[in-house]
Design a protein around this ligand. Sequence first.
Ligand SMILES: NC(=O)c1ccc[n+]([C@@H]2O[C@H](COP(=O)([O-])OP(=O)(O)OC[C@H]3O[C@@H](n4cnc5c(N)ncnc54)[C@H](O)[C@@H]3O)[C@@H](O)[C@H]2O)c1
Length: 358
Amino acid sequence: MNIALITGSSGLIGGESVEFFTKKFDLVIGIDNNLRSYFFGEDGSTLWNKSRLEEKYPNFKSYDIDIRNYDGLEKVFQEYGQDIKLIVHAAAQPSHDWAAKEPLTDFGVNATGTLNMLELTRLNCPDAVFIFTSTNKVYGDTPNFLPLVELEKRWEIDVNHAYYKDGIDEQMSIDQTKHSVFGASKVAADIMVQEYGKYFGIKTGVFRGGCLTGPNHSGAQLHGFLAYLMKCAISRNHYTIFGYQGKQVRDNIHSADLVNMFWHFYQNPRMGEVYNAGGGRFANCSMLEAIDWCQKISGNKMSYSYSETNRIGDHIWYISDVNKFKSHYPTWNWQYNLEDTLVEMHDRMNERMMVKDC
Ligand SMILES: NC(=O)c1ccc[n+]([C@@H]2O[C@H](COP(=O)([O-])OP(=O)(O)OC[C@H]3O[C@@H](n4cnc5c(N)ncnc54)[C@H](O)[C@@H]3O)[C@@H](O)[C@H]2O)c1
């Protein structure tokens, strides 16, 4: 039997992985304890997505286990053993701001939880491919010291800089920078995933995400910026922009395009490899541009205000260079541009909000 094991299976990336891999594997095991509702309140709950996936896919089985609970995870690993061929580890505490409230919880989930998953893989299914969703926050605030220029609606990098054409590559240092507590716990996990590849020979891949987005994100104020923005546009709730004149630029990759990267990696894996994974020059926007898009697509004028104080560790301009991944996996490419993503997000959220379970 071929099994894919997915942590954070009710969340954006885990859920998209369930949808994709139930079509490729005999069984998909999910691990998610809805800790997101503890982090972000009811707005952040992912239970609706878990129920949706369980109803839709008979070969999906979900376990309510905390990834900090080694013994609980061990039972699942021991039950399925070497039938586990793929692990997508996407469970995390994903917010900068929240991490500073409870650094021990953040580190326990992001760093120790990842080590639990790695060690159980090594002991029970060492031939499996292990995919980890890291983040561009491992580069800390180093991108903020690039030569940036202020345009009418966005920050942009100097046209003469090497990163202008395709964005920031994996050569940027992850050391000697301000990461935020969240960024630091993800660095610990990112390095450990690399190490299990390079030291133990496990087929591990680290995907350093830009903004990951898609119609099934449970957007909350502290995490899931495009989803939360669109939610505010639809519900006419107020939105607050934090710092950088609202011109901060993020690249956005649709969850399906990211999971397709995982699939390519699974079919031809490497050991301890690191990739930047984002929308790149193909799909990116500033906060002000995103507001324009949301207003246009929803047909609603948004209510928003501006606060001078930026979020600690927030990037002013970040665009991922995905050329390394493309050079290793030349048949992969993006399928969703920003407009496709936002229109899909709007339509699906609108439906969910009408039945009040979003
Ligand atoms: N969304 C983004 O913009 C973004 C950007 C860069 C990196 N990432 C990374 O990608 C991964 C997935 O992000 P996402 O947006 O899908 O997050 P998400 O919050 O939508 O999903 C994560 C899921 O993990 C679950 N979870 C959290 N802690 C858990 C625990 N201790 N035990 C079991 N389950 C737990 C949550 O309940 C949630 O359903 C994370 O590692 C995140 O750091 C996300």
